[in-house]
Ligand binder design. Sequence first.
Ligand SMILES: Nc1ncnc2c1ncn2[C@@H]1O[C@H](COP(=O)(O)OP(=O)(O)OP(=O)(O)O)[C@@H](O)[C@H]1O
Length: 385
Amino acid sequence: MPYLSLQNLTKTFHGTPAVRELWLDVNPGERISLLGPSGCGKSTTLQLMAGILQPDQGDIFLEARSLRRVPPEKRGMALVLQKGMLFPHLSVGENVAFGLKMRGVSRVEQAERAIAMLDQVQLSGFENRSPSELSGGQAQRVAVARSLVIQPKLLLLDEPLSALDASLRSDMQELILRLQDETGVTLIIVTHDQSEAIVMSHRVALMFDGCLRQVDTPEALYQHPVDETVARFFGGVNFFPAEAQQRQLQLSGGDRLSTEHPQQGPVQVTIRPEQIHVMPDPICGINLLPVTVTQNRFIGTQRHLTLKTVANLELQAWVPPSQNFAVGQAAIAHLPPDALWTFPAQAEGGDCSEQGRQLASTRSRLGNGNSNHQAPDQVEAQSLS
Ligand SMILES: Nc1ncnc2c1ncn2[C@@H]1O[C@H](COP(=O)(O)OP(=O)(O)OP(=O)(O)O)[C@@H](O)[C@H]1O
């Protein structure tokens, strides 16, 4: 059995399902993001894991043990929210040591471990400060230190960085990754930010309307989305219909393209804008479309070109800034066959239960995860914040 297994979880509020028939297996030491638009059920899923909410249906297993009757403080999990919510009446050091105190750890050991943990989050010397004397980023680092000091079996982060500015956010991402690497803790992070999910995760669990739509590595989600919704959420901008006959794609305007991803029947085709090559002069080869440049936007690291084919198909191509084209200029667009990804036109959506078991078996491509991690057997509890 996997380290953590969510099996057929369903949670309904006032008759409206927030999480529907959700299956997910997680390996020890794995980092998984729950990603999706606002209201899709990410936080509800995390709260079901933490035991703050009870599922209407389904169960959660941690190390093969059902959590159905295990209260939050006995689950061995730590939860960090968007705002760390430190105890205002305790010093920084006392906040970090709080979970240890609850476990009856001696005062000397509490102080030693809290100071060592503060050092790990680069806050040495802050132990006597009050939480009111911390910046937002420092407060989040204390919240992370407070959750890790108890050596949880599972660290649950609910949008922990969304209140921070961009550069602080990136520093905190690096810090969390380093701490996760050092401790081997299994990490579930809720985010609605695609780039954060990519940076932070071994696998991303993408949710829409309470259902898991695709669980995969960031690379696979980026290159091989299961449907148009996933592709669009992952920044896809080029979509067009075609009739597929294995590796041949017949476009509605008459153009034909080759793909390395065979399909049959009506399909949606997508290609990432950075994978389209644009050349000023005609060349010989396959998958070449004559186009006109209708827009050229310089954005510093790239040029965003809008192209129109003879059959009026509009494509976005991101090219190096040195490749300058005049608006109205004729050019050739090359769409490499391996970059043309297709999905059946009718595959959009689908129902949760149909996809659930299939997704649950999409195990991590990491094998058994971080085998160095020894889940601490004394850790009983903590749902902090
Ligand atoms: N305690 C509650 N009572 C009633 N409805 C709730 C409750 N908690 C969540 N919901 C509803 O359940 C759905 C899922 O909410 P949830 O907070 O899990 O979404 P989310 O994906 O985390 O969203 P966000 O990114 O905006 O935080 C939403 O429609 C929300 O309004």
